[in-house]
Structure formats: structure tokens, C-alpha cells
Design a protein. Sequence first.
Length: 296
Amino acid sequence: MTSKRSPFRPPTLRIALTLSAILAGGFFSFASPLSTSAFAQGLPGMGGKQPVEINADQAIEWHQDVRAYVARGNASAKRNDSTVFADVLTAYYREVPGKGNEVFQLVADGNVRIVSPTQQVFGDHGVYDVDKQVAVVTGKDLKLVTTKDVVTARDSLEYYEAQDLTVARGDAVAVRGNDRLRADVLIGRLKKMPDGTTQMERIDGSGNIVVTTPTDVALADKLVYSVADNVAVLMGNVKITRGDNQLNGEAAEMNMNTKINRVIAGRDAGGRVSGLLIPGEKTEGGKSAAAAGKKP
């Protein structure tokens, strides 16, 4: 079957489909494309209640052979307060006996940017799987920007809608103010708020953990960070340094607000914590560690 392509270039296209995803507490919102308000009634797979406004500089195409709609050239899909931008947006649909057609996947290619009132995601390629409720953004310079945090990753930024999880893979880094969390994988656990929004409640990290604050650098195998308390719990081969001072243990608690660290010895360490304290080492206010009465 040959492809049918729209013979005109409407400046604004509207559709109604219930396809969406929200990455990192609302930072990934997709809705499937493609149709004008009159044109939509003649296209398969265009049912639903949520309107989506589509803009494209070049063309809107209907490919019957692969069952897809394509918006080309500086394409955007806006639904409520969230918008997806890309060079090309493609919606794939399937036939459902007795129910008509439904979109099962949305793909964004080239200069991908997902914008909501509080968050933005940047990448080269984005895919939302409707059945699995999973969104994945890949490419160079992956970045999530919120009102308080910046998260970057080398391999992918992912959102698992049903589980309320966000995942940053590959040299993942989360920055809030002067504090920085790094890991091979960072998993953000979201919490639904009464107003319908979501907020980051906790971040789990695994592999080559590095926590950096203005005063300390900590290394570990695993991390659990409470966003509300601003406290990081480190586990496995923990090492915390402040200047030349150093403490080692199997676990530790870092309070980013009070700047107090608590290191705990594990069984492998014989129930003891080891450390190296350098006399005269300066801390805040120019006092030595001993004079300040603080642990590194």
C-alpha cells in the first residue's frame, strides 16, 4: 500500500489523543500527533479527549504502509502546559479489532527538547512506548533541568510511568546548588502530590559513587539520598575526605545542611572506623579540625 501525504502545509495542526508521559516529575510529556481539527476526523487512530497542537515547518505526512503519521521540520507537539520539540515527530498506530486504531509509540528525532512549566529535557532521540508506559531519551549532551536541579547522563534518561521512577544511566550526575551526586546509575523515586504534580522524593545511586560538597568529597559503592532532608546515606567502601583529613568505613551519613558526617564501621573492618586526621588542617572559619571540634 502506498503512502498518502498531506498536499498542504497547515501552520497549526490539532489532534485529540490520550498519549502522554512525564519524565522526572513531569519533565517528559508526549502526546501523539497529527491532524487538523477537520482533517483529524478522516484519519485512523485519532480518537480521544485531550487536544494536542502540532506545528511543523515542512509537512505532515500519513504513511499507510508503516501505519504512521509524521511531522517534519521544526516540529512541535503541545498538550496542556507541556511541549515536545524535534526535527521530526512520528506517531505509530495499530488496528484493534472492534475498537478502531490506536497509537502505540511516539518517536522524536533531532534536537529533541521536552518542556513543561518547571522542567526541560534535552537529547537527540526520544521514544515513548504506550503499552509499557516507558519513555527513553538518548543522544549527546543529555540533560534534565528543573527549578532546583540539573541532571546529566551519557547513555540515557528514562521514565517509568507506572513505577514513578526516573533513571539516568552512564556517568550520571545530579547537581543542586553546590552539592553534586555522581554514579554509574541514578534512580529518582517520585511522589505524587495532592495537586496532581510529582516531586522527587529520593535518589538511589549505584556504581562509583562520588558525592561532592563545598567542604567534603565522599566515595562509596551505593547511595540513598533523601531530597526533603538533604541527607545522603553511603554504603560500601566509604571514604570521606575534608582537605587532608580522611575517614573510612562501611557506611556513612552525610547531612548536607549541617555539614556533619557520621561514618559507621562494618563487619569487614572489625567493628572499627579508620581515619587520618592532620593536625592544623583548616576548616570553616580558619580553625583547625581539632579546635573546631568537628569530624571530617
